[in-house]
Write a protein that binds this ligand. Structure first.
Ligand code: PLP
Length: 401
């Protein structure tokens, strides 16, 4: 099918890559043992620390997020080790399955996919574990399948209240660079992330930010590993180099993306995501549709998952939107397949991008014959208008003229 204009990639990752990042990657591949590369390596490793809000080590693998998940497991855990995980949604379930394949015994606290982690439940489980058999608490910060963001600072406090020594490992794959995330302040031991969401890069980089405690655990952990071994990475990383061929051009992109995030200012980036998410929910509520996340404190700044009315298939609706308006919306995954669609509002996204995306959704609802109340886009527009920085100034000008 012929599709005119720019494709609207409104899925919750991969997110659209800004032109500035695309141009920064349009470079000749250089010798990864050259002084020029060492400079690039040092810059991106340092910049990544700023984004994770850590003074500690960040490791960058040429991998997807799944690879970085595996790196967190094989460096710190051994077959037979017990861990505590929470069923926040599809991605927590996949990470759990991976841990199981490595012979880890997972205590998987069941969840309804409509909220983030309950810190009180984590505290209770840890308090019950008097023998300290649980080696790690592993949670997904932003559950991309449901649009619920867990309060990691409160999970940290729960571990501390229980006086439990478990490592805290957090999947920040769809939150880093979009949602406030503090690796050091929250005493996270391993933060796992990747390039294609808040970093606004193409897929292909996986990240582990690691604490001294995690590194010490890795040094005595006998789990066989090679490609993912942190120590193998950290030695050459000290001078900006990698033990094997790095994804050089993605690192050029990473340098630019970090510069963009810091130019805007992390606080402003986080506030922008909150604002766009709130505008999206305003539209959804106006349409009379239901947001999947039921806990307002956990509403995701990155994406909004919307429940389809009974009798209407989310994938048929997404097809109508793609075919008619050249826009990709996120599908429902596993348990919620066909029942929800997801609107991504992360990374390179501003008021007008969001309003265009919401327009595509509203027109799609009409074309697909999905019952809704028209005017959601208008409601989102009003929401954004009232919260523009220059709104108060414009009012004063009228009064004074
Ligand atoms: N964890 C979360 C929260 C995700 O959203 C994703 C992918 O969307 C993954 C893990 C897996 O990452 P990847 O597809 O890059 O391997």
């Amino acid at each position: 099918m012929m599709r005119q204009g720019r494709h609207f990639l409104q899925i919750p990752g991969p997110s659209p890559v800004p032109d500035r990042v695309l141009r920064a990657m349009d470079m000749p591949v250089i010798d990864h043992r050259s002084p020029e590369f060492g400079e690039l390596g040092r810059t991106v490793l340092e910049g990544s620390r700023t984004i994770f809000q850590t003074a500690g080590s960040v490791i960058i693998f040429p991998s997807s997020g799944t690879g970085a998940w595996e790196a967190a497991i094989v460096n710190t855990l051994s077959p037979g080790d017990k861990v505590l995980m929470v069923e926040t949604g599809h991605f927590a379930t996949l990470w759990r399955q991976m841990a199981g394949r490595w012979g880890i015994e997972v205590d998987f606290m069941p969840g309804d996919w409509r909220r983030g982690v309950d810190p009180a439940a984590v505290e209770q489980r840890l308090t019950e574990d008097k023998a300290h058999q649980i080696k790690a608490v592993m949670v997904v910060h932003n559950e991309t399948s449901t649009g619920a963001t867990s309060r990691v600072g409160e999970v940290r406090a729960a571990i501390d209240h229980a006086g439990h020594p478990a490592l805290l490992m957090v999947d920040t794959i769809s939150s880093l660079g979009s949602v406030d995330y503090r690796h050091d302040e929250w005493k996270v031991d391993v933060s796992v992330s990747c390039s294609q969401k808040g970093f606004m890069l193409p897929p292909g980089l996986g990240f582990n930010a690691i604490s001294d405690k995690a590194r010490a655990a890795a040094k005595v952990n006998l789990m066989p590993r090679s490609y993912w071994d942190w120590e193998e990475m950290l030695k050459p990383n000290a001078n900006g180099f990698f033990p094997y061929t790095p994804a050089t051009n993605l690192l050029y992109g990473l340098r630019e993306a970090i510069a963009m995030l810091l130019e805007e200012g992390l606080d402003k980036v986080f506030a922008r995501h909150q604002r766009l998410a709130a505008a999206t929910r305003t539209a959804v509520e106006h349409w009379g549709l239901e947001v999947l996340c039921q806990e307002p404190r956990d509403y995701s700044p990155v994406l909004t998952a919307v429940l389809m009315p009974p009798g209407h298939d989310a994938d048929a609706f997404r097809k109508v939107v793609l075919d008619n308006f050249n826009m990709s919306l996120g599908s429902g995954l596993s348990k919620v397949a066909g029942k929800v669609f997801r609107i991504g509002h992360l990374g390179e996204c501003n008021d007008l991008t969001l309003l265009a995306a919401l327009t595509g959704v509203e027109m799609g609802l009409s074309v697909a014959g999905v019952p809704h109340r028209a005017g959601g886009v208008d409601a989102a527009m009003k929401f954004l208008e009232q919260r523009t920085a220059s709104n108060a100034g414009a009012h004063l000008k009228v009064v004074g003229s």
